[in-house]
Design a protein around this ligand. Structure first.
Ligand code: TXA
Ligand code: MG
Length: 327
């Protein structure tokens, strides 16, 4: 079993020392927990793919601690400079043409581009600083599962394949970073996240595109893969609860019935969780993955999910839910 250790000066140093030695450690970020390794150490990066059972075609994000680090690993352009200035540190990952550097080729999965982000989490920043090289970190879960947003969820998902989880509570955002490809002429969002298309368009004053994960030609290898899925089916836009289903609610349950008679509010507590009673989309994002995991029990036939408004971070929530519901 992996040990969950609360982040403090000693444990942060210990995590950094392990990563420097080529080990992998679960680390907190503002989006989701990451499974971190020294991005310049191929053997260490390989351990990430093994622990997650992640296909080698799916590249990783490198995490840096300073805005100026981008220039070391990627070709900057006018757009990237603006995005870095406005949105970093924060939940925005940039895909840029990669430069020859010491980054392991496993990180980029043979692509000519590289994914870079500067996280906004003091613990993660200190670990990167102490390691002295970028940290490659995918979400800290087995490939295909919902991401881990608590230390407990990371431990449950990764089990013995990792021995240290540096804990700093539940993640603030709860969904993975927005991924935007700016290596080409037209900036394209490859994965929606907390930073929306609208915010980016307003910041850049240009139109940007969104490459839907459901499109025929996904531009990001990760979009090809089944993702975020609990082991039981997920049913979206539920207007009632069917026999044997658990309910993932959003907002009021007043009008939510049980098929065949009765009210959802009378279901036993363990069968129902509410993403946000107050219909706060940020709160719903924070709760999404941990609640999907909590309701993923063999005693339920499926998880019925109530409608989530498709606005602001709701767009990213709905993208994750759509993929979780794919069979
Ligand atoms: O918030 C996050 O981004 C979290 C935290 C830990 O930082 N990390 C994360 O990593 O979500 P991961 O590996 O679960 O998702 C990275 C996504 C994948 O869909 C991958 O295919 C895509 O980014 N990606 C990475 N490098 C790419 C590249 N060069 N071109 C296109 N897509 C890329
Ligand atoms: Mg992931």
């Amino acid at each position: 079993m992996s040990s969950i250790i609360l982040a403090d000066q000693d444990s942060i140093q210990k995590a950094a020392d392990k990563i420097k030695k080529g080990e992998i450690v679960v680390l907190p970020t503002e989006t989701v927990y990451g499974l971190g390794a020294d991005a310049t150490n191929t053997k260490a990066v390989q351990k990430i793919f093994d622990a997650k059972q992640r296909p080698a075609i799916n590249p990783l994000i490198i995490h840096v601690v300073d805005k100026s680090d981008v220039d070391l690993y990627a070709e900057q352009n006018e757009i990237s400079k603006k995005l870095v200035e406005i949105f970093w540190p924060g939940p925005l990952t940039l895909i840029l043409k990669s430069k020859a550097s010491h980054i392991s080729p496993l990180v980029t999965a043979g692509l000519e581009t590289i994914a870079i982000r500067m996280p906004e989490h003091p613990v993660m920043s200190q670990v990167i600083e102490k390691v002295g090289s970028p940290i490659a970190a995918p979400s800290a879960n087995k490939s295909g599962e919902p991401s881990a947003t608590t230390p407990k969820d990371a431990a449950a998902s990764l089990g013995d394949s990792v021995d240290m989880i540096l804990a700093a509570g539940k993640c603030d955002v709860g969904l993975e970073s927005t991924v935007i490809d700016i290596s080409d002429d037209i900036p394209t969002i490859l994965r929606p996240g907390a930073i929306s298309q609208k915010q980016i368009q307003e910041a850049l004053n240009i139109q940007i595109e969104v490459n839907e994960s459901s499109s025929n030609k996904p531009k990001s290898p990760g979009q090809l893969l089944k993702h975020y899925a609990p082991s039981i089916p997920v049913r979206l836009n539920a207007v009632d609860v069917k026999e044997g289903e658990a309910l993932l609610a959003f907002g009021s349950l007043k009008f939510m019935g049980i098929e065949g008679g009765g009210f959802a509010k009378d279901l036993p507590d363990h069968q129902i969780m509410n993403l946000s009673e107050a219909t706060d989309l940020d709160e719903a994002a924070r709760n999404l993955f941990t609640m999907l995991r909590a309701l993923d029990k063999p005693e339920f036939k499926a998880i019925a999910v109530m409608n989530i408004p498709d606005e602001n971070i709701g767009i990213a929530i709905n993208e994750r839910l759509k993929r979780a519901a794919q069979q």
